[in-house]
Ligand binder design. Structure first.
Ligand code: COA
Length: 255
């Protein structure tokens, strides 16, 4: 698939988001390709880890807003949910190289990766409320868990961005690296799984996620219902129209 490049080298299955002209915004076809690549990595014995990466200066700007308006992901078998389920349930370690800005699901997907390395020029943002939406991918549960409630409120209610250093301090990322080094560093870390016994790694990952598993599933289901409602709502329509008209949204008429 043109905008999702995949390949396996030295035990690492790489998923590269490559749509720089639209800031790596994710369409349904791109979600489907990423879900398929994750499932293929899961069943391919030579693959010991997965690496998710983007383009210089942009990891992903999140959901493609135009695609979202035209083809809202409402059905449970939507490619968006297939991708989320595949990443959440991936039994092998997933390493993220955050090459640039990671917005919306670009940031929330990091909560489901095992190791996260971030460029010193990147930033993260979860601006769901300012888009008239609610969080997805269990961020409404996982972020207060990681950051504590008041810090999570800054990020999810106000939509304040994270600097790379803050992402490390707040336990979203492992380390900040110069932009030119982030992919190679993340790849080296992913390749370390080639020297470890794979079943022990898989069992350890499963144990580490065991306690939160039901809560994550429950949060994703609750979020999906509200996200679908919000997506069809007038607040989101105003936010999305404003984005494409390159103006500030006006929410003053809403109650
Ligand atoms: N969905 C659809 N198109 C998007 C997009 C998205 N999430 N993010 C960027 N684009 C498109 C822009 O419409 C623009 O297209 P055009 O060249 O046809 O006008 C192109 O990508 C470049 O984006 P632009 O906004 O001009 O780049 P920038 O460098 O000024 O800003 C971002 C980059 C990522 C900060 C900005 O594009 C942005 O905020 N995007 C939306 C992020 C978002 O809200 N994501 C959550 C979605 S749920």
């Amino acid at each position: 698939m043109a905008h999702i490049r995949t390949g396996t080298f030295n035990g690492v299955a790489t998923i590269e988001i490559a749509r720089p002209e639209k800031k790596n915004a994710l369409t349904l076809e791109m979600y489907a390709a990423m879900a398929e690549a994750l499932r293929a990595a899961e069943s391919a014995a030579p693959v010991r880890a997965v690496l998710i990466t983007g383009q210089p200066s942009i990891f992903t700007s999140g959901n493609d807003i135009d695609d979202f308006m035209r083809r809202p992901p409402l059905a449970p078998d939507s490619a968006v949910f297939q991708f989320m389920d595949a990443l959440r349930d991936c039994p092998k370690p997933v390493v993220a190289a955050v090459t640039g800005a990671a917005i919306g699901i670009g940031a929330t997907l990091l909560l489901h990766c095992d190791l996260v390395y971030i460029s010193d020029e990147a930033h993260l943002a979860m601006p769901f409320t300012s888009l008239g939406l609610v969080p997805e991918f269990a961020a409404s549960w996982a972020l207060p868990q990681r950051l504590g409630a008041v810090k999570a409120s800054e990020k999810l209610l106000l939509g304040d961005p994270f600097t790379p250093e803050e992402a490390v301090e707040l336990r979203i990322a492992n380390a900040v690296l110069p932009t030119g080094e982030v992919v190679n560093h993340a790849r080296r870390m992913a390749e370390r799984f080639n020297t470890l016994p794979p079943a022990a790694v898989r069992d350890t990952k499963r144990l580490m996620r065991r306690a939160g598993r039901a809560a994550v599933q429950e949060a994703m289901a609750a979020e999906a219902t509200l996200f679908g409602q919000r997506l069809a709502g007038a607040e989101a329509q105003e936010a999305f129209s404003a984005f494409f008209q390159k103006r500030k949204p006006d929410f003053s008429r809403f109650e």
